[in-house]
Design a protein around this ligand. Structure first.
Ligand code: CA
Ligand code: CA
Length: 310
């Protein structure tokens, strides 16, 4: 399988970046990622780490997908996420829901092990609480059309969405804004609750295996008016980011309504009612420069109307 080394990292997704690798349409590619602290050897005793000048929230890439042109959609099937053997959490005294409680940075490392009863990988939070790993991708995005966007920021190109549903088995649809799409991936979390309240998930490094395919206009018609769009085994969701949760919520709801109305052929009254009966608005994260909300619909409801995701 084609591999992109963890040596190829960036802190900005942007047009014109030299590709780390080129791949064919439909090819599987492995991205080796660093953690969000740029693997700065953070420990309980040394919450600032050992080396200065690292990248903030580095993403591995970019991958140039041959045949991808502006206006196309990049389909990214997340096949597998392999994690390194430990994760790190670190508090912030300036950001996150609880920053007012902390005077300085504190860090904890959690080492992963197999639960002998369940066979699942996880870790002891303390001597009482066991938590399973539930690996997700924090940063995944294509290059935006105009100016570059830092990897700490989410947007219509994807980026730092911190959506806990971007896991192995899900499929993410991203816009192609520049030739080759220029896909980058980083910021793995061993697990994270919706909201990412503290300021981080259980930050870790690893390898992400994806299959990337290019969808051209004629093959999807009106299906992808708003991106990013995520499909899991049971749900389809829009993921939208904005300066406030209210704006992000409205964007996520309205883009999902448009998706439902146009793909299922419902008028706006019927689609709006269906949204209110079946849809869920969920906060992805409240800690990045733009805040992110997803709006979910059950895949089954779409299938009843004959909607098939390519
Ligand atoms: Ca993140
Ligand atoms: Ca993170």
């Amino acid at each position: 399988m084609l591999r992109i080394s963890r040596d190829c990292v960036t802190d900005c997704l942007q047009a014109g970046q030299a590709p780390a690798k080129y791949c064919r349409d439909g090819e599987a590619v492995a991205f080796e990622t660093r953690d969000c602290y740029d693997d700065n050897d953070i420990t309980e005793d040394n919450p600032y780490g050992n080396h200065k000048g690292g990248l903030e929230n580095p993403a591995t890439g970019p991958l140039y997908v041959m045949g991808a042109e502006p206006g196309d959609v990049l389909k990214v099937e997340i096949m597998e996420i392999r994690l390194r053997e430990y994760g790190i959490m670190r508090t912030s005294a300036t950001a996150g829901a609880f920053h007012h409680l902390y005077e300085d940075k504190s860090a904890r490392r959690f080492t992963f092990q197999k639960n002998e009863e369940t066979g699942r990988e996880g870790f002891w939070f303390d001597d009482k609480l066991w938590l399973d790993c539930d690996a997700m991708i924090g940063v995944i995005g294509t290059a935006p059309a105009g100016e570059g966007v830092l990897t700490i920021t989410p947007g219509s190109h994807g980026g730092n969405m911190d959506c806990a549903r971007i896991t192995a088995g899900s499929t993410l649809y991203l816009p192609v804004n520049v030739p080759g799409a220029l896909l980058s991936i980083g910021d793995l979390h061993a697990r994270m609750g919706d909201g990412e309240m503290l300021i981080c998930g259980l930050e870790t490094a690893g390898t992400v295996m994806v299959r990337v395919s290019v969808l051209h206009g004629e093959s999807y018609g009106k299906l992808f008016q708003a991106l990013p769009l995520l499909r899991t085994e049971t749900e389809v969701m829009t993921i939208q980011s904005a300066p406030s949760l209210e704006e992000a919520s409205l964007l996520a709801a309205r883009t999902m309504e448009r998706f439902l109305a146009s793909s299922a052929g419902l008028d706006d009254v019927k689609a709006g009612m269906a949204m209110s009966l079946l849809g869920n608005l969920v906060i992805c994260q409240i800690v990045n420069p733009l805040l992110t909300v997803r709006c979910t619909l059950p895949l089954k409801a779409l299938e009843i109307y004959g909607v098939r995701m390519p």
